[in-house]
Design a protein around this ligand. Structure first.
Ligand SMILES: NC(=O)c1ccc[n+]([C@@H]2O[C@H](COP(=O)([O-])OP(=O)(O)OC[C@H]3O[C@@H](n4cnc5c(N)ncnc54)[C@H](OP(=O)(O)O)[C@@H]3O)[C@@H](O)[C@H]2O)c1
Length: 265
């Protein structure tokens, strides 16, 4: 596994497993033990923190070598509720610290929620904190009103919408961009895309691998989801080749500058 160093010196794996709608404990254990996944991305909204907690206990990798992300959401709005959410997530995951806790999307109560997360860091309950689905304006507003600059902004990013402008602002201020739906959740016929296929043939890789590798060349953390062992293996086998500049330029012709999920910049 390769890592990116966050603004607090902590290292985050460049590839993780997103487990939205992936509720199979055995698959998570196999991903960790047999395939080398170290970052697992859940959220309170996904309802599978307990499943992940059991998988963590069952797997044979030391807890300290895993990187566990979860997120507070609409039901946790407010300072007190976020404080409680941290405790609940620690209980669900049966962990004594969470590696990364994010605010799932901007809320009216973002400032208070973020303050509760900052306190979680000071209390040793969370190692790193961040946000998700914040656009440039929302991000800049938060960083002007917080003590700890978010380590991560987890946003929709894939070959059709790769967020160059947002990423520039984030990086200028010390925040790493993490891509959700890095395979566009299969939309736009990504897996049979001609450009990705042709490039894949050159490197003996699948279109999915080319699409993911592009995001890695852009210094993003990626969290593709798969419930299938062969595809999980593909998605983590990205460190034994480098895309040539000409191929990166071809991939960039796929850019639409528009969310596929109704988010706005
Ligand atoms: N913060 C947020 O608001 C937010 C929003 C959405 C998602 N997320 C996070 O991002 C993670 C990933 O996003 P996502 O699940 O929406 O989309 P994704 O990872 O872009 O795509 C997942 C889809 O692609 C298929 N797939 C995976 N690897 C493949 C491969 N190598 N070849 C062909 N098909 C492949 C999967 O099917 P199989 O399972 O059958 O392989 C699944 O249908 C989520 O699990 C979640 O952790 C966060």
């Amino acid at each position: 596994m390769e890592y990116i160093t966050l603004n607090n010196g902590i290292k985050i794996p460049k590839i993780g497993l997103g487990i939205y709608a992936l509720n199979d404990e055995d698959t998570i254990v196999k991903a960790i033990d047999d395939l080398g996944y170290r970052l697992i991305d859940t959220a309170r909204m996904y309802g599978n923190e307990k499943i992940l907690g059991r998988a963590i206990r069952r797997c044979s990798v030391d807890r300290k070598d895993l990187f566990i992300t979860t997120k507070v959401y609409g039901s946790d709005r407010g300072y007190e509720k976020t404080k409680q959410a941290i405790e609940d997530s620690l209980n669900n995951l049966e962990l004594d610290y969470i590696d990364l806790m994010l605010i799932h999307e901007p809320y009216k109560e973002t400032k208070e929620m973020y303050k509760a997360l900052e306190e979680g860091v000071k209390e040793g309950k969370i190692k790193s904190i961040g946000i998700s689905n914040f656009n440039k304006k929302q991000y800049l507003k938060l960083i002007n009103n917080c003590e700890i600059i978010p380590a991560i902004n987890q946003v929709e990013a894939h070959v059709f919408y790769s967020r160059k402008e947002l990423q520039k602002t984030l990086e200028e201020n010390g925040t790493i961009m993490e891509a959700w739906s890095p395979l566009a959740a299969g939309k736009n016929n990504i897996f049979t895309n001609k450009i990705l296929q042709e490039i894949g043939e050159k490197y003996n890789k699948t279109p999915a691998q080319i699409a993911l590798k592009y995001l890695l060349t852009r210094n993003m953390v990626i969290i593709p989801k798969s419930a299938n062992i062969d595809r999980l293996k593909q998605n983590i086998s990205l460190f034994n080749f480098e895309l040539k500049r000409e191929d990166i330029e071809k991939i960039e012709t796929l850019e639409n500058r528009k969310s596929l999920f109704g988010w706005y910049d």
